[in-house]
Design a protein around this ligand. Structure first.
Ligand code: UDP
Length: 329
């Protein structure tokens, strides 16, 4: 049985990865500092180590106590707005945490890592759909910290033979109702969970950040991808590294775009709730359209997303309506 170390496995996407690995029969070890993650989200892992990636002695202990075959690193801060006001927090945690992880991997002879990157590495896109070879010019420190890690991975591959796959996520959403896990951020800033909270009456309305963009209905268009499809891509990436040892960078998106208004309309239909919405000013730094080309992931990893927007929103609704206070009850 293969042992996979999932860093940030108590977070939203990480916990869905843990559930999938467990379902597929992997032995799973999690490290998480639980600053933004939830211990309750870690289902079926053999062990949860609570500590910080930047603590070299802590990581050394994790690698010494377990024979790790591969690493998946989700551990990061991910609030775009906060990264603009506190960039050092993002470089400090995200970049230094990954550096520490790579150092431990090098010392313990572990040569495979799947890294969670982001569409924010592109910044304002040159064209749609966005391809991996397009210009990367992040417009915030969050995206810049992830791009810096991609650079570090490239050089560590050349120097130490640590092979990597970096996965640039578009808009992750949905949940895993069977495993009883879902999205629980505090504060929450993402559209779909906020729409769910408005449907539950926990918020008076959903604010639509701008309706004067150059799109069909004037609201921003994004590429929403089910968190379970994302997790499946990581598993294929690990298998790809095992088979070929070839590093690479891949977009993970559906290839379809939906506007903010379309998301709210779909949520109204699926939840049967009114969901009041109000037009509000634009949010700084929001590009009008972000849609992934997922051709490379299909061709090289054999990944195609299986779940569409309806399933994303239905699963998000199952989670939020069943856990109105997230993991707290
Ligand atoms: N958005 C919105 N109201 C909200 C939160 C988000 O209109 O309360 C919009 C946001 O401007 C963007 C889209 O919804 O166009 C998705 O935003 P989110 O923060 O979920 O993800 P991002 O695309 O920023 O990664």
């Amino acid at each position: 049985m293969k042992t996979i170390l999932v860093a940030g496995g108590a977070g939203y996407i990480g916990s869905h990865m843990v559930a999938l690995l467990v379902e597929k029969g992997y032995d799973v070890v999690v490290v998480d500092n639980l600053r933004t993650g939830h211990w309750q989200a870690v289902k079926g892992a053999r062990k949860l180590y609570v500590g910080d990636l930047r603590d070299a002695a802590f990581l050394d202990q994790v690698f010494s106590e377990n024979k790790i075959d591969g690493v998946i690193n989700f551990a990061a801060y991910s609030l775009v707005g906060e990264s603009v006001t506190n960039p050092l927090k993002y470089y400090g945690n995200n970049v230094a945490g990954s550096q520490s992880m790579l150092t431990a991997m090098k010392e313990h002879g572990v040569d495979k890592i799947v890294f969670s990157s982001t569409a924010a590495t592109y910044g304002e896109p040159e064209k749609q759909p966005i391809e991996e070879s397009d210009r990367t010019d992040p417009t915030n420190p969050y995206g810049a910290s992830k791009l810096a890690i991609e650079g570090m991975l490239k050089w560590c591959d050349k120097a130490y033979g640590i092979h990597y796959v970096a996965l640039r996520y578009f808009n992750a959403a949905g949940s895993n109702p069977e495993a009883g896990i879902g999205e629980d951020h505090n504060p929450e800033s993402h559209l779909i969970p906020l729409v769910m909270k408005a449907a539950l009456g926990q918020r008076s309305h959903i604010g639509i950040f701008g309706d004067d963009y150059p799109t069909a209905d004037g609201t921003c268009v994004r590429d929403y991808i089910h968190v379970r499809d994302l997790a499946e891509a990581h598993l294929l990436a690990l298998e790809h590294l095992e088979k070929t040892g070839e590093s690479g960078i891949f977009n993970l998106g559906s290839g379809d775009g939906y506007s903010v208004k379309e998301i709210i309309e779909t949520a109204r239909r699926i939840t049967g709730r009114e969901i009041p919405a109000k037009i509000e000013p634009r949010r700084a730094g929001d590009p009008s359209v972000l849609i992934a080309s997922n051709k490379k992931a299909a061709e090289v990893l054999g990944w195609t997303p299986k779940r569409g927007l309806e399933e994303i929103i239905a699963d998000a609704w199952t989670w939020h309506s069943g856990h109105p206070n997230g993991y707290e009850g």
